[in-house]
Design a protein around this ligand. Structure first.
Ligand SMILES: [Zn+2]
Ligand SMILES: [Zn+2]
Length: 296
């Protein structure tokens, strides 16, 4: 099994590699630039090649890019929609330069439209982004908690998009906290099984590319997106033991986006890593890369 974290590229992409090594990761997720601004990373052949090399050397693989939060490919606003598609294309191009598996994307809000209209906007956006970018980088749709009119909270919605766009360049990221808040009781064996069966019927489990492994501070079905440290939320240690023992998920990278702020960001992440490792059946527990001391 491959475990990792979302790590920061602040100060340069080499910092993300360093952060991944310090967190003893086997996979990482990054933003290409600050998540709350439109400006994205320009090609930089030297730095891009160095990033790929150092990820390979450190066995940080696969790499995922998370698209910025401003994107709304479900939007009825033509300007916002166009801008979102164009940034998505830029992010896919960076993903190709970085040999990243793909771009993890929140599908946005259908506010002001019906759900069907919102889904259509998403479908058109994804098709256009695929048409205007080369492979192999994929668009990896992330399920959401479903606050407001956010698209992507149900396996049914994800399935409808896959049905319309096709599977060539499309994948799915399953966030445990979001699924729980959206009403999937994956904290129990029955709930997890029901979710995976539904996903398999509606789009196929082979489209899963990664798991966002986060506990949920908000309750089942609350539709509120609040991450919690592994074991401290409503999914709980028993829930994660089930998820981490699930044979249908073992081959996937697990990336944590757990909260920071108890101690240092690094210590918080290492605490969550220890908790996750303890919940993985012994014979599946990944080897631990050597500990590296943090440098200022
Ligand atoms: Zn996300
Ligand atoms: Zn979240």
């Amino acid at each position: 099994m491959r475990l990792g974290f979302h790590v920061s590229v602040a100060g340069g992409v080499h910092r993300a590699v360093r952060a991944g090594i310090l967190r003893r990761c086997h996979t990482i997720q990054v933003f290409t630039a600050a998540p709350a601004v439109w400006a994205r990373r320009k090609p930089h052949p030297e730095q891009d090649a160095a990033f790929v090399n150092s990820c390979r050397e450190a066995d940080l693989w696969p790499v995922f890019i998370h698209a910025p939060y401003l994107l709304n490919v479900a939007s009825a606003n033509e300007d916002l929609w166009q801008k979102s598609v164009s940034v998505l294309i830029q992010e896919l191009e960076t993903a190709n330069r970085w040999q990243a598996m793909g771009v993890v994307l929140h599908l946005g809000s259908s506010a002001g439209q019906t759900e069907q209209q919102g889904l259509k906007r998403v479908t058109r956006a994804l098709a256009q982004a695929c048409d205007h970018s080369e492979g192999p980088a994929q668009i990896i749709m992330e399920n959401c908690a479903g606050q407001g009119e956010l698209i992507g909270h149900s396996m049914e919605q994800l399935g409808a998009i896959v049905e319309a766009v096709g599977i060539d360049r499309i994948g799915v990221c399953l966030d445990t906290a979001h699924a729980f808040a959206a009403g999937y009781g994956l904290h129990t064996a029955e709930g997890l099984d029901a979710l995976l069966q539904e996903a398999d019927e509606l789009f196929g489990l082979d489209l899963l590319r990664l798991i966002h492994l986060n506990d949920s501070r908000s309750e089942l079905g609350s539709r509120v997106d609040r991450h919690e440290h592994i074991g401290d939320g409503h999914i709980g240690s028993a829930g994660f033991r089930g998820i981490l023992s699930e044979p249908r998920l073992h081959h996937l990278p697990f990336i944590m986006e757990t909260p920071k702020g108890v101690k240092s960001e690094l210590e918080d992440d290492l605490m969550n890593l220890r908790r996750v490792r303890r919940l993985i059946p012994k014979h599946l527990r990944p080897s631990l890369p050597p500990a590296v001391r943090a440098q200022k």
